[in-house]
Design a protein around this ligand. Structure first.
Ligand code: HEM
Length: 175
């Protein structure tokens, strides 16, 4: 039965791959401009001048919008993982053999999954700034803001190196 389903969706492999590449692009770049040119300068300015209410209000507004906008990135991430799993299944990929696919899989499991889990928590779950603001919990709100800023500073260089590397590995297939 399982094998019949695999054979039935097999001819759609290239469409699944197209969806995978589209999701990879959205996951990789949908927040780039918002982060680099809006949120990062606003967070920096507010942390340099903690007593300036206008800078704090701008930081809060941009962060709330950024949390909301991150939904697009995270929906794309779920589709990226589902399409990757489908291609591994249809292609009966031998994950014990070293190849560009097993490299992507290990990078995915060891680096991307933990990073995205934390990001999803900070943007949409316990660390969602809008919800904390509406709950009137100022202390948790500031803690979530601080954690998110730390998270973005740590992951920014990682993402700058890893995302282009993953595109190159997937397309050039050097191993
Ligand atoms: C999470 C782990 C991932 C796995 C297991 C995975 C798996 C795969 C598989 C099985 C293919 C099809 C290979 C083929 O038919 O030739 C593929 C294609 C591709 N993947 Fe991924 N992928 C992952 C993540 C990513 C990420 C994060 C990116 C980009 C940042 C990416 C970009 C691509 C691209 C551009 C292709 C098309 C390559 C080509 O057709 O030449 N993948 N991936």
């Amino acid at each position: 039965m399982i094998d019949e389903i695999r054979l039935a969706i097999g001819p759609g492999y290239l469409y699944i791959k197209a969806l995978h590449v589209l999701s990879a692009a959205i996951w990789s770049f949908s927040t780039t401009v918002a982060f680099s040119f809006y949120l990062k300068p606003a967070l920096r300015a507010a942390s340099r001048h903690p007593d300036d209410p206008a800078l704090r209000a701008r930081r809060d507004e941009f962060m709330r919008r950024f949390d909301k906008g991150a939904s697009l990135e995270h929906i794309a991430f779920v589709i990226l993982v589902i399409t990757a799993a489908l291609m591994l299944w249809i292609g009966r990929v031998d994950l014990m053999r070293w190849s560009f696919i097993s490299a992507m899989l290990w990078l995915g499991i060891l680096v991307i999954l933990p990073m995205e889990a934390f990001d999803i928590y900070l943007s949409h779950l316990g660390g969602n700034k809008k919800r904390l603001h509406l709950a009137g919990d100022r202390e948790r709100y500031e803690r979530a803001m601080d954690w998110h800023w730390k998270f973005l500073r740590v992951t920014e260089p990682l993402v700058i190196v890893l995302v282009p590397a993953m595109f190159v590995i997937a397309i050039a297939k050097p191993f």
